[in-house]
Design a protein around this ligand. Sequence first.
Ligand code: MRU
Length: 351
Amino acid sequence: MTSSTPDIIRLTGDGLRFLDQTQLPAEERVVATADYRDMLEAIRSLRVRGAPLIGIAAAYGAVLAAREICAGASGTDSGDSSCRERMLAVCEEFASTRPTAVNLFWALERMRTVIREHDAADIPRELEREARAIHEDDARRCAAIGRHGAEIIPSNTSVITHCNTGALATGGDGTAFSVLLEAHRQGKGIHVYADETRPLLQGARLTMWELQRAGIPSTLMTDSTAAMRMRQGGIGAVITGADRIAANGDSANKIGTYGLAVAAHHHGIPFYIAAPLSTVDLALPNGDAIPIEERASAELTRWGDIPTAPEGTSTYTPAFDVTPAGLITGIITEGGICAPPFGETLAAAFA
Ligand code: MRU
């Protein structure tokens, strides 16, 4: 991101500032709040989105809650336990915002541990330390993903990506986007095709905004153009992020990713997922167990105030799909690139 990039998310002494991503690219609107309830709404409505950033936003949201709830704690045993109880309830509220990205639950578990281990008076300070650590840790993971991933990007090729995986989605330069950025910085001469990403246009609104700011040669296309573009040749790789990766490598990502992987397989093009290990959920044996968020029908039947389908239209609106491990060439993590069989290589990456 350039020096003129607005705060994507930043905790201050008196609150939290975040870029309202629903307004991009028309407006770079930074919202300031000291109320954790605003962060619940911001995550639900995708003002702040992208798997790692959702976890970071919830962690900072818990800090705002602690400043409100624990600030006046009496220092007695009953005061401590009621503050802890209320804070754990706030964590539950954040956990209910979006079900698919496991980074949210991973970050909240770290916050819960801090809440359980400290007295009320110390909780705001300790949660702030933990939230900042989660944020900084994700930035380091993004940088390592970029370094590892750039190795598999051929020179002078085009790469297709889907949804948004850059600084707007993470605590650093991104997941899949970090790979593209690093390949570009290394002078590999890549050209990026960004799927627009129906229905909320994260590819068109957000990824194109990031690609242009980074000076990466790029072209926008509709999701349904990807297969035809692959058939025309010159696509060296497809690379996307993920919201949750099961133990066997099945990967949930923005709706449309599965179709992209099927098309890449058909055309013999390598398909990569780039994600930090905080996106891997070893507790789930395969993708069938990944909870898939369904969004409101209005996201499909309206664009703002404009109807895009007749009144009364029945809709099916999963926000994510699961790409089976068999279609994935490699999973790029901060620890290196996991190759199939992912059951073994992902477990080894944690070890
Ligand atoms: O619904 P969103 O915009 O939060 O979905 C985001 C994605 O699907 C990204 O591709 C995913 O989080 C991986 S990027 C870091």
